[in-house]
Design a protein around this ligand. Sequence first.
Ligand code: IVH
Length: 670
Amino acid sequence: MTAEEAKKKIEQLTKEVNFHNDLYYQQSRTQISDFEFDQLLERLVSLEKQFPQFKSPDSPTQRVGGTITKEFASVYHKYPMLSLSNTYSQKELEDFDARVARGLEGDSYEYFCELKFDGVSISLTYENGKLTRGVTRGDGVRGDDVTANIKTIRSIPLIIKGDAIPPVFEVRGEVFLPKDVFLQLNKEREDIGEERYANARNTASGTVKMQDSSEVARRKLDCFVYYLLGDETGLNTHEESIQKLESWKFKVSPTYKKCKNIAMVLEYISHWETRRQDLPLETDGVVIKVNDLEQQQLLGYTAKSPRWAIAYKYKAQNMSTRLNGVTYQVGRTGAVTPVAELEPIFLAGTTVKRASLHNANEIARLDLHLGDYVFVEKGGEIIPKVTGVDHERRSNNLKPVVYITKCPECNTKLVRVEGEAAFYCPNVNGCPPQIKGRIEHFIQRKAMDIDSLGERTIHQLYELGLVKSPADLYDLKRDDILKLEGYKDKSAKNLMDGIEKSKSVPFENVLFAIGIRYVGKTVAEKLARYFKSIDQIAIATVDELLAAPEIGEKIAKSIYDFFQKPENRREIKRLMNAGLQFKTQAKEPEKESDVLGGKSFVISGTFERYERDQLQEIILKNGGRILSGVSGKLDYLLAGDNMGPSKLAKAEKLGVKIISEKDFEKLLKG
Ligand code: IVH
């Protein structure tokens, strides 16, 4: 491909991707499948890598990440990121108002109220309309430069368009994980046997500091902004700056309100007290700001916080209610979760009947007794918590809650794995919720995608003894299905068709579906790309598994253990015989150029800008060949960091050209 052609192609792909992105994010519509979209994007990524000079600064490829940052640079904030003084009391708010009035010496003033978003504060710098830096708060004076990760957040504009854009300005806001995304993430973690994350805020904070920005992109962070700073903004009020931010396409929460006096502020506070539960993110209070920017300057700052603003924090709503019992839920992985069964109470807008007690340690920590009155708290978070026992109301004759020793579903003695908080039911092949859970996991959309099969049908199939493992699904006959309640000719055919269709879902889906602990969809994709077939994975040693990209000790060991079990190997054999995909479909990579003209490569070590499989793909797409070992016939050894010394020595001895990542990029340009 000539440079001219590449330029055109990049422009065209950029347009196409932007079009589909807009359709999806602005209008919630789609015209092409996820797969087709990913292909467009992948092609753009690969062309931009070869011709970086044509990559536009707001290329949609930045949203998918790809940069790995080993250590974030610590950078100074241009304007320190101050905190706000906090209060929980109306009286103190009135005192604040009196101080403002005094400070402004009789001038009239207004307030601007916003909710206090409970996420991770971020400072975004724009220069000449381009996002150049995203920095965490840190200690307020300096924070971590997390720009690559921030660029994956779709609601943060990469480029600002419009008139009179200040040459340099800073925007502050709160990065958060929307409640529904957080719940989904936890559901997925539970599904693969990982521990749940405690709350959305900490998860957002951990995500912002992940090393792999493509993982950040998958997490779907969002951002509300609430502050515009700069020397030449030409603005008079905070309200104007919020409007400006909106016009520049930043996302501002529509919950703000201008208030003429402190009485209206109090109304705003009580208006949102329970309604904030319905917002897409966690909030813990209200921020009250003097609206006029000149007045803000007049009031000034203390060492730690502005005198022109204050945060009113909502008290977490707290009530006590009777603990009627503790029940235990058994998940697909056999993990047992205790649940508090409560006398229903109405708390912060909803009726609370149950609350998770997490694990046995939590029950011991709370020293729960059956019949205790326990404090139940609902803050800005999603799920109510049991925070303690009301000891004054404890009667003498109550018995402590004793954690069960046997599975509530199959009566098998529970076990505890060293280093884990949860108890497990080890009866993997005989415990009903584990069996049904595995089938539910198997058929889900991200796995075999058999949408004609639901939880209720799985339950019936299990109860009738027709299905005890995923492989049994493929032995089902039409007559079996007609035995199910509510199934007639048409619905039976529908179900059979759904099962049949699943035989063509790609290998990475199948690998996820078989339910190896800790192997989520992303890990399954990485494994499928690297090993190419289940046979290769099944014979891999722990060390060989560790060599695959992003596979750590815990996952490698879990995969290895899975394939050591004869019953798992039998199940996979049956699925293979049924015709499921256990190999990656060898797609002929679409040719992009012939600059590598049949030259052969061995890739070894780790690279700064590419994963090994990406390099492989680029070589193949540009007319090169990949060899597995160093020999006299080899043209190039593409050497990264940490490669084995013997390979290097051999290449040197045989006179093979040893090239770096940079040399390779030069080679590609022809
Ligand atoms: S304004 C000079 N507005 O609260 C202070 N902050 O305790 C500018 N926060 O670090 C901050 N929602 O992370 C402001 N609507 C909002 C906010 C907000 C959340 C956070 C922010 C800040 C902390 C201050």
